[in-house]
Design a protein around this ligand. Structure first.
Ligand SMILES: [Zn+2]
Ligand SMILES: [Zn+2]
Ligand SMILES: [Zn+2]
Length: 186
């Protein structure tokens, strides 16, 4: 598979720390970038490639990240990644990933994810990078961590599951924090 270099930026600690890396990605991710968000096969490939880079850099990102939950200020239990793509920019294809600190409370995850969804594109504009082609939350099953084919909870759209089985097994815990976003546009 032909590859081409793309820049990966990680914004940690509310953007105070930026980590920059260059990784080779499949050429078609760049050449077909206008399909982002419209073509399932493209989005699957995008998720797979971005996840592998995020996993590789996770340790560095954690070290650079806020040690307090970005929602409530409690100590961080894990990090949440939201990604914006500028792969459609021919002279500077890049991917930006916003790293947020998160405590172990489900409601903080929901609130942060819902807030990020509506502000990611704004962040792109603020970085003077121009309009992003797509913004993607890296979805991982809330139970087992599987990324392939994980789908959002239809009600809160903030967490994801690999299938019905894990959605059902997590419901007792998740129902406490599962709420509709205030303004649902889609
Ligand atoms: Zn919190
Ligand atoms: Zn699962
Ligand atoms: Zn839910």
């Amino acid at each position: 598979m032909a590859t081409a270099p793309a820049r990966f930026e990680f914004y940690c600690n509310r953007g105070a720390t930026q980590l920059d890396y260059t990784h080779d990605v499949p050429q078609e991710l760049i050449s077909r970038a206008t399909l982002a968000g419209k073509d399932g096969a493209y989005d699957d490939l995008f998720t797979k490639v971005v996840w592998s880079v995020v996993k590789e850099r996770e340790q560095a990102c954690r070290i650079a990240s806020n040690t307090r939950c970005d929602n409530c200020g409690q100590p961080t239990a894990r990090v949440l990644q939201s990604t914006v793509s500028w792969l459609h920019k021919p002279n500077d294809p890049s991917i930006g990933t916003w790293i947020l600190g998160l405590c172990d409370k489900g409601e903080c995850e929901i609130q942060l994810r819902q807030r990020m969804g509506s502000t990611l594109l704004q962040i792109g504009a603020d970085l003077n990078r121009g309009t992003a082609q797509s913004c993607t939350e890296l979805l991982m099953c809330n139970v087992c961590g599987e990324t392939a084919g994980s789908k959002r909870c239809a009600r809160c759209r903030a967490v994801a599951y690999c299938g019905k089985e894990h959605q059902r097994s997590d419901w007792r815990r998740h129902k406490e924090s599962c709420k509709c976003p205030e303004s649902q546009t889609d």
